[in-house]
Design a protein around this ligand. Structure first.
Ligand code: C2E
Ligand code: MG
Ligand code: MG
Ligand code: MG
Length: 291
């Protein structure tokens, strides 16, 4: 059996690859039309001011519940939808859905003037020549002042068409829509983006936050990113805060805002609404809800 073990291993390795490939194809097909079938929803994760502990906004995060597969993580299906192009129609659905909530929460008095909802957008959405125009028209349709709305762009995707991305982002900057570089520091040319594109916010990736307490290098990186952001007129949001010590350190270096399980998980819309009305700046660590 010994001489065969190599090829057996190769065979089972190939089968594993084939299974993964089949699973990915299956997911990619299932994601098409999932919004129309009512399988998608938005969760909202609060963002807090580190200085005042007040809620300053939330990030809208896409959730997919497939009838057979159950919950599928956006980390798994977003890249597939980006590759197939389905992200364009899904992205439109996300924008529309987020704006529906913003409009209704404003009516109910939940949103202070400095409160914003941030939506993630893929590079392919920004690559459209009419992205900003459509976005502004949609806000107008819902009667939402621009300042209640913000975007997060994952930097690795922008590469394809920097020129158009700059045109789109400049149009949004003109009307003071905050745009963040998401997962800052984990992509390929963060610094080039800071130089070229009109961002208002850098989001420090969770990868630099999770080991802050024990890793001096991460503390230096968080500090350097914060100083860089401030030097170019951006503010800083840290993601993935899970402990009081992480929040304390980030506050001490001047990071403006934070988001993470320490404060709240991403919550379904109705729970998010309740969480916001219950939250008082003196009761941190009221952690509950779904992920
Ligand atoms: P992201 O934009 O960087 O979102 C932050 C991710 O970190 C979310 O994962 C959130 O649930 C998770 N997170 C927040 N706080 C903590 C924490 O304290 N600990 C840990 N372990 N995780 C935390 P999620 O919801 O699975 O989303 C993954 C990624 O999928 C997002 O990363 C974003 O890039 C993408 N995504 C989600 N929704 C959308 C969408 O509507 N459109 C697009 N284009 N991408 C989306
Ligand atoms: Mg994001
Ligand atoms: Mg992020
Ligand atoms: Mg991240």
């Amino acid at each position: 059996a010994l001489p065969q073990s190599g090829s057996l291993r190769l065979q089972s390795y190939n089968e594993t690859l084939e299974n993964q490939q089949r699973h990915r194809l299956h997911l990619q097909q299932a994601v098409r039309g999932a919004t129309q079938r009512g399988e998608m929803s938005l969760a909202f994760q609060p963002k807090l001011s580190l200085a005042t502990q007040r809620v300053i906004g939330a990030e809208a995060l896409l959730r997919w519940h497939h009838p057979e597969l159950g919950h599928v993580s956006p980390g798994d299906f977003i890249p597939l939808a980006e590759a197939s192009g389905d992200i364009l129609s899904i992205g439109e659905w996300v924008l529309e859905e987020a704006m529906r909530y913003i409009a209704s929460w404003r009516k109910q008095g939940l949103l202070d003037d400095d409160f914003h909802i941030a939506v993630n957008v893929a590079a392919r959405q920004l690559a459209r020549k009419d992205f900003a125009e459509n976005l502004l028209a949609r806000l107008a349709k819902h009667g939402i002042p621009e300042r209640f709305f913000a975007l997060e762009v994952t930097e690795s995707g922008l590469l394809s068409d920097m020129h158009n991305a700059r045109i789109q982002l400049a149009q949004l900057a003109e009307v003071n829509i905050a745009v963040a570089i998401d997962d800052f520091g984990t992509g390929h040319s963060s610094l080039a983006y800071v130089k070229t594109l009109p961002f208002s916010t850098l989001k420090i990736d969770r990868a630099f936050v999770m080991d802050l307490e024990k890793d001096a290098v991460d503390r230096h990186l968080a500090l350097t990113i914060t100083q860089l952001a401030h030097a170019v007129g951006c503010d800083v949001v840290a993601e993935g805060i899970e402990t009081a010590a992480q929040a304390d350190y980030l506050r001490s270096i001047g990071c403006e805002a934070a988001q993470g399980y320490y404060y709240a998980r991403p919550l379904p819309a109705d729970e998010f609404y309740r969480w916001c009305t219950d939250w008082t700046p003196h009761t941190p660590n009221a952690c509950h809800g779904v992920s």
